[in-house]
Design a binder for this molecule. Structure first.
Ligand SMILES: [Zn+2]
Length: 143
């Protein structure tokens, strides 16, 4: 499959090349926190060296934990992402909030992750700052 024929992993665009592809490649800037979040999800699913760099670049440097890169690399290797649902998304041009549910397989078990992510816009670029996980809504999917 090529970028032209592959449905965008984020579920929005008909193809990767018409949706998150150019954003992850750094050719286009994400126009909104939701598109940034979607492109970061896509980057997690792609897991390529460029996608990992993109995840680093779009994570605000004041909020990067130590060893972020190796931790991103091991997440990409150990997890198979299976879907993304945007629960809520809002922005005021300077800051934004996106709540989402991402589903994934890990150790042959289906899991879900629900996070409320915060974003800030600096020099025209949206950046991820922090995410709040709701423990009640995270973990293996029962049933
Ligand atoms: Zn996309």
């Amino acid at each position: 499959m090529t970028a032209d024929t592959m449905t965008c992993p984020c579920g929005l665009g008909p193809s990767l090349s018409s949706c998150c592809g150019p954003i992850v490649e750094g050719v286009q800037a994400a126009p909104s926190p939701e598109r940034l979040m979607r492109s970061r999800y896509t980057a997690f699913q792609l897991g390529t060296p460029r996608a990992i760099d993109y995840l680093l670049e779009t994570h605000h440097e004041d909020f990067r934990q130590p060893n972020l890169k190796p931790s991103l690399e091991s997440t990409c290797k150990s997890i198979t992402w299976t879907g993304l649902t945007i629960v809520e998304s809002s922005e005021d041009g300077h800051t934004g909030i996106v709540e989402f549910i991402a589903t994934f397989d890990h150790d042959e078990e289906a899991h879900q992750l629900q996070e409320r992510s915060s974003f800030v816009r600096e020099s025209g670029k949206w950046l991820y700052t922090t995410g709040e996980l709701d423990p009640a809504k995270n973990g293996p999917v029962v049933g």
